[in-house]
Ligand binder design. Sequence first.
Ligand SMILES: NC(=O)c1ccc[n+]([C@@H]2O[C@H](COP(=O)([O-])OP(=O)(O)OC[C@H]3O[C@@H](n4cnc5c(N)ncnc54)[C@H](OP(=O)(O)O)[C@@H]3O)[C@@H](O)[C@H]2O)c1
Length: 206
Amino acid sequence: MSGKVFFSVSMSLDGFIAPESLGDLMGPQWMELQRWIFPQRFFRENLKLGEGGEEGRDNDLLRETFERTGANVMGKRMFDAGERAWPQEAPFHTPVFVVTHEKRDPWERPGGTTFHFVNDGVEAALDQARAAAGERDVRIAGGGATILQFLNAGLVDAFTVALSPVLFGGGVRLFEGVDADRVALEPVHAEPTARVTHLTYAVRQR
Ligand SMILES: NC(=O)c1ccc[n+]([C@@H]2O[C@H](COP(=O)([O-])OP(=O)(O)OC[C@H]3O[C@@H](n4cnc5c(N)ncnc54)[C@H](OP(=O)(O)O)[C@@H]3O)[C@@H](O)[C@H]2O)c1
């Protein structure tokens, strides 16, 4: 039995998951978007930032999301940003399938993350990710353009948004161009913490 296909992102209250320019990543809005993650024990352990950290529900959800994931899929813009920002031991610890037009050999990092560059579209990337994930789930890690293709192709089973208390006013909008005639949602779980509100939906086809 293969696992589920899901995504899990932080979203601003006005619907954005990143600034438009990768040059603005790490700017004040991005830091506010992701602020709930930085103090968490799991995040600190995974990036080897040191001992300690918060251990509440935000931490549990981060850990659970990581543990259920057997393979990741991401777009080239997310990869490009991460290639500069991730430590040598990239934080995925699974095979990662990067959908891209660029031809490139697999890039193996210490700690179990190998990036594979897939040139024949999201379905091919998903086939490879499912095979790599075994019984665990496939996470569509981002960014917006890649998630949208999976959603519109009916390939996403469920997703979680951590709704952050920040307004972007512009940027990469998570659901820009969604095929709303096709994609329907069913609420599964809503959980506010002191930092964000975690919203989980199952995806249905209309
Ligand atoms: N808030 C969060 O939780 C969160 C999570 C993840 C990512 N992000 C952010 O999201 C931003 C990136 O999102 P994005 O929407 O701009 O870009 P993206 O989805 O990461 O990447 C889009 C690029 O991937 C390649 N690609 C996508 N689909 C393809 C296909 N079917 N065939 C071939 N190539 C394909 C293309 O690049 P090429 O033509 O160059 O190959 C395309 O321009 C980053 O800033 C990242 O940090 C935020």
